[in-house]
Design a protein around this ligand. Structure first.
Ligand code: HT7
Ligand code: ZN
Length: 876
């Protein structure tokens, strides 16, 4: 297949400066008339052909400057339109009529139907499934869009920009015209036509302009959109306050659809959302759902400046908009909720998704240099590591210089399609710092490993810290250079207080940050009276794997005393990981467990520590997942041993903490009406973590069953169901609860997703048969990406013992699903295939089985480019 390379980037010979579109909506035969104002760039030969992108298009007619174009003047295939008869003038107008079939479009890219409503998805290369175009992000065009539809079928007609006019037509048809004055790339185009309910509100910008806000949902679901509307208004205010970014159009609309490949899409003035990230009420949504809605609404809204007003020159620059916008949505959520809790959740997520990607066959730089299929690069590395890189710029420059760099970026590049170099140049300029070495974070793949040893000389008061770094080899990058790693730190004295330090040598150290820039550095702190405990990489200031010579006692000390709440959590978490690795090894050898009493005691102590917010305590008590432990073990992993070790530690802590946990569980019971705010959610999360321990300690489902039956909200109901299903899968109480849930929510796909996830993630070999039979459940459909992710995705990426069954049956099941899904939705099929990415870290028998399944997929003759790309890289 074709490989796209960063170094091959060339500006196009022509630009489309204005795009006039007419849609006549029909399920099977929508006619699209595109009138394109085309400009030849200066210096381009008058006879240079104009080549436009297409993807499976049917051309109906073609005109140039108002006259039909003769056949010899062009060549049209479904995937390409080449116009050779280009006029001599600098500007000309091209008219293209294409015919598309929304109802049969199951790839959910381009124009398609979801529950009978027309909608579009154009990022990254979906616009070329609608009409022939310069479908590349550096072509910025204004758009005028006229939509015509049968009024009964689609009373609501929306597109980007501001509404211009609407009215009735003959034969029960009607129309609406939209104009978007902000030049944009085609990937930000959107259209919606359907029979939808809506809620409306207004937002007055800082400069006093009134913006009409609308959220469109399935009829009857309007009340479920009020939280999303509130989150939208909070996002708009936050971006004004934090970054002085105002909204720029008269309207901002959001449409929720049920069939959607990803989370949401930031189309200019018309965001289209997976309904999972819009709809919520206490009866159907968990606290995690509410937080997800808030984050995704903010993320898409923030793209208006970081992505839309300033966009990417080419798709290699994807992190320019995604990494930066994730950073912005993380900061927003941290401000709206609890900063340390948010940071811990981010790091857990980074470690469980991005670290394995960076350490496996699919590793790639935050800014990749080559791709075969761009859809496969909407990755955790581009998004989450991309965000961490922006966070490090903030750490290195400090808040004022960071803000000045952002201001310069917005001012200098508004209305442009730019690169990571352009972005970094703004920060270098305002700070006077050379960011050349720092830029390696964008260019070098792999998670840096940092090793730290310390020594203290009481006679001289010198505290020496030796820090070395290596970046492991990744596909097609064997040799790496040392990175600029900003390590936030503090020295803790014997009483737990922050120690004063005298002079420092051996590295740039300022504002509580050590700047590691060489492969190895020795830093000497002078005037340190007694041996300190070094709290390093505070707040997870750099996305690295840190190996530090801390004793168990040091870690327990940090877990109790560190003023940095992230590192307090980190210290306890690292002790859990260590204990689980040791326990898994003993398990394999058939030895009994011998968990450290001090560790168990520390966990119990945290549960009852009223000085810490409940959400934080809940995170501290959440044991590392089986996948976390497997990743730390690294190779020759036996998932059954890991699971047994984790179960044993849970039993041990639950058993020892039983009375205290029960008391705290009762104390934190919800009183009064449900509220999704962070404090209330935190209490629920603490209770639900404790419920898991209590059930393990009691080896009985009664408390969970009682909570399931009496819960007045989905958070508590789903948590209880999870405890029942995961700890007592065969128990009558579980069977009853699962059946009750099914009976109550069978018609609500989004809620049934939770039911699928709970069952798909039941540990153990038997779950595969359960998952297989659930594919026949009436609520399941291979056509709906949310259902596929909830059942098959959760099983393959969230069930270590089920998916990695030693007999390979889990792998073969996933291969069957991928092959079947690939026929209609390659994008989602390719994403499922990434579950194989850590196959080489398994023990030998499982490796052989995984290879067999991957090779079977790869042998399929009609495999999509999407799946082929993932499978080939995974096998390489
Ligand atoms: N920019 C969007 C990414 C995206 C996408 C969304 C829906 C369907 C297919 C898609 N391909 C790429 C979402 C975002 O990051 O905000
Ligand atoms: Zn995004």
């Amino acid at each position: 297949g074709q490989v796209f390379r960063l170094e091959d980037y060339r500006p196009s010979d022509y630009r489309i400066t204005h795009t006039d579109l007419l849609f006549r909506l029909d399920p099977h035969a929508t006619l699209v008339t595109a009138k394109l104002t085309v400009e030849r760039r200066d210096g381009v030969a008058a006879n240079a052909p104009l080549v436009l992108d297409g993807d499976g298009l049917v051309l109906e007619s073609l005109g140039l400057n108002g006259a039909p174009l003769a056949g010899e003047g062009y060549t049209a295939t479904p995937d390409r339109l080449e116009i050779r008869a280009v006029p001599a003038e600098k500007f000309f107008e091209l008219e293209i009529v294409t015919k598309v079939s929304p109802v049969t479009n199951k790839a959910l890219m381009g124009l398609y139907q979801s529950k009978g409503n027309y909608c579009t998805q154009c990022e990254a290369e979906g616009f070329r499934r609608i009409t022939y175009y310069l479908d590349r992000p550096d072509n910025l065009s204004t758009f005028q869009v006229r939509i015509e539809a049968r009024k009964a079928e689609a009373p609501v007609l929306l597109s980007n920009g501001n509404p211009v006019e609407h009215g009735d037509l003959a034969d029960g048809w009607h129309y609406a015209v939209w104009h978007d004055p902000f030049p944009k790339p085609s990937y930000l185009f959107a259209l919606v036509g359907g029979d939808l309910g809506s809620i409306h509100d207004t937002f007055t910008t800082a400069s006093g302009r009134k913006v009409a806000l609308g959220i469109y949902v399935e009829h009857g679901k309007e009340p479920l959109a009020t939280y999303a509307m509130d989150a939208l208004k909070r996002s708009m205010r936050w971006d004004e306050e934090r970054f002085s970014r105002e909204y720029d159009l008269d309207v901002f609309n959001i449409v929720a659809v049920s069939d959607f490949n990803m989370g949401a899409m930031e189309n200019k003035g018309l965001n289209i959302f997976n309904d999972k990230y819009v709809l919520a009420d206490p009866e159907t949504a968990t606290d995690v759902d509410y937080a997800g809605i808030e984050a995704v609404i903010a993320h898409e809204y923030f793209h208006n400046w970081t992505g839309n007003r300033i966009t990417c020159r080419d798709w290699f620059q994807l992190c320019l908009k995604e990494g930066l916008t994730v950073y912005r949505d993380h900061e927003f959520s941290a401000d709206q909720r609890s900063r340390p809790v948010k940071r811990i959740a981010e790091v857990r997520n980074l470690r469980s998704l991005q670290f394995p990607e960076d350490q496996g066959p699919l590793a790639h730089p935050v800014r990749p240099r080559r791709y075969k299929e761009i859809n496969n690069f909407y990755t955790s590395t581009v998004y989450e590591k991309g965000s961490e890189v922006v966070r490090m710029i903030h750490t290195i420059l400090g808040p004022e210089k960071f803000r000045a760099g952002m201001d310069l970026y917005f001012e200098r590049h508004d209305g442009q399609a730019v690169t990571i170099e352009d972005f970094l140049a703004c920060f270098a300029e305002v700070s006077g710092r050379d960011l050349t070495q720092f830029a390696l974070w964008y260019h070098q793949a792999g998670t840096p490993r940092v090793t730290v040893t310390t020594s203290h000389d009481p006679a001289t008061g010198d505290f020496e810290v030796n820090i070395s770094q290596t970046v492991p080899p990744t596909p097609s990058e064997a040799v790496k250079k040392p990175m600029h790693i900003p390590l936030a730190f503090g020295l803790l004295g014997p009483n737990g207080d922050e120690m004063e330090m005298g002079s420092v040598e051996g590295a740039e150290v300022n504002d509580g940050v050590i700047h590691l820039t060489a492969a190895s550095q020795t830093i000497r702190f002078r005037g340190v009276g007694s041996r300190p405990v070094l709290s390093l990489n505070r707040g997870f200031s750099a996305p690295i794997v840190l190996n530090q010579d801390l004793t168990k006692e040091d870690r327990l000390f940090l877990a109790r005393h560190d003023s940095d709440l992230f590192n307090r959590w980190e210290a306890l978490n690292s002790l859990f990981v260590e204990a689980l690795i040791a326990a898994a090894a003993r398990e394999k050898e058939g030895k009994p467990h011998d968990f450290d009493a001090a560790l168990v005691e520390a966990a119990i102590e945290i549960a009852g520590n009223d000085g810490l917010e409940p959400a934080y305590r809940a995170l501290a008590l959440s044991l590392p997942s089986e996948a976390d432990v497997a990743r730390e073990i690294g190779n020759d992993v036996d998932p059954d041993a890991v699971r047994a070790a984790r179960d044993a530690l849970r039993r041990e802590i639950g058993g020892k903490g039983r009375d205290a946990f029960r008391r705290i569980y009762d104390q934190h019971a919800d009183s009064g009406p449900f509220s999704p705010d962070a404090a209330s959610a935190g209490k629920r999360s603490l209770r639900n973590v404790l419920l898991d321990y209590l059930a393990a300690a009691e080896a009985a489902p009664e408390l969970a069953a009682l909570q399931f039956e009496t819960a007045n909200n989905m958070t508590d109901r789903a948590a209880a169901l999870t405890v029942l299903a995961h700890q007592f899968p065969e128990h009558e109480a579980t069977r009853k609860a699962l059946a009750a849930f099914d009976a109550r929510y069978r018609d609500n796909g989004l809620v049934m997703d939770k039911w699928f996830v709970v069952q798909a993630t039941i540990p153990g070999a038997a779950t595969l048969e359960r998952v297989k039979s659930l594919t026949a459940h009436p609520a399941f459909s291979l056509m709906n990406p949310n259902r596929v992710r909830s059942l098959v995705g959760a099983f393959s990426s969230g069930n270590q013992t089920g998916f990695h069954r030693a007999d390979g049956a889990g792998y073969q099941f996933l291969a069957d699903i991928i092959l079947s899904l690939d026929r209609h939705n390659p994008q989602v099929a390719a994403r499922l295939a990434t579950a194989f990415r850590s196959w080489r870290s398994m023990e030998e028998v499982r490796q052989l089985e995984a290879r067999k399944a991957l090779e079977r997929i790869n042998a399929e003759a009609s495999l999509s480019r999407d799946v082929k790309d993932i499978v080939e890289r995974t096998l390489a």
